[in-house]
Design a protein around this ligand. Structure first.
Ligand code: GLU
Length: 292
């Protein structure tokens, strides 16, 4: 079967150990299957972006030996495609305009958006665009975590596709771009698992295929919190640290014997591809000693 995978970092900071897990896992899984590995820069949220981070990420990826197929897809160039998807959903009657503020919604105390503005099916000033989420349970099988199910309408409610400030949401952009790039398998960190059901709802309404999903174990701090740019996880060092690549392969359940030599990054990745055993990937998070 044709395999197209991807790595989709957000340039909110440099790559850290947690991002390296997603990069190595998606890369080895795609290459071991003879597939393509595409790179997409998810630069759609300027307020959260860090100046220079996208360049740093590209330099880090190159230094750590990753070779992507084709050019980088920059989400900041994709507005037309996102607008076309929104127009399709509007024509189908699947969106509405919502003026509820975060504070108003918080006062209501509902965990899921309670559908207050569902009647507003034509444009309003200063409004977010929400998806009218159909009732029902989404089932999918994660290749590591097994069967998953979620009633998106109950758990999240009608989620935002375009914010009041005009920015497109991650859910919209990721679904449109996974479809446009023909992604057949999404391999990413388990912190994104709870977005998957929302993305499948959106795929069905847009009439695009649902890829396979494989969520990788997260690197966590000693207190169990996720390693992230927000928790000041350290940037991946340059020049690349071979030990980190061996560590990540080991954390992904691969049989890396102790004392592997400090080979060039590209050779370590080539080893990872040659020995790749996706069924050995554990679901448990692992402690990122010294990673943060
Ligand atoms: N851009 C997202 C992140 O850096 C990843 C999105 C995805 O893989 O679906 O967390």
């Amino acid at each position: 079967m044709r395999y197209i995978g991807r790595f989709a970092p957000s340039p909110t900071g440099p790559l850290h150990l947690g991002s390296l897990v997603a990069a190595v896992g998606s890369y080895c899984d795609a290459r071991a299957a003879g597939g393509q590995w595409l790179l997409r820069m998810e630069d759609i949220d300027p307020p959260r972006m860090m100046p220079g981070a996208a360049d740093t990420i590209l330099r880090q990826l190159e230094a750590y030996g990753f070779e992507w197929d084709g050019g980088v897809l920059w989400q900041s160039t994709r507005s037309e495609a996102y607008l076309a998807a929104l127009e399709q959903l509007r024509a189908q009657g699947d969106v509405f305009w919502c003026c509820c503020s975060r504070a108003e919604l918080a006062r209501l105390g509902a965990s899921a958006y309670p559908g207050l503005c569902r009647a507003f099916t034509s444009p309003r000033e200063n409004a977010a665009l929400r998806l009218r989420v159909p009732d029902g349970i989404q089932h999918f099988r994660d290749l590591v975590l097994g069967k998953q199910s979620e009633n998106v309408r109950e758990v999240v409610g009608d989620f935002v596709l375009r914010r009041r400030d005009g920015l497109f949401s991650y859910q919209l952009a990721v679904v449109v771009d996974d479809a446009a790039q023909g992604i057949t398998r999404v391999v990413r960190g388990a912190d994104l698992l709870d977005n998957t059901a929302r993305q499948i709802v959106l795929q069905r309404l847009l009439g695009v295929p649902t890829p396979e999903y494989l969520h990788l174990p997260l690197a966590v701090h000693a207190d169990g919190s996720k390693l992230s740019k927000q928790t000041h996880a350290g940037a991946l060092p340059l020049p690349p640290a071979p030990d980190l690549l061996w560590l990540v392969l080991r954390q992904l359940g691969q049989e890396v014997a102790p004392g592997m030599p400090p080979l060039p990054a590209r050779e370590i990745l080539a080893w990872g591809i040659r020995h790749w055993q996706p069924q050995a990937i554990p679901w448990q998070p692992f402690l990122a000693n010294g990673g943060g």
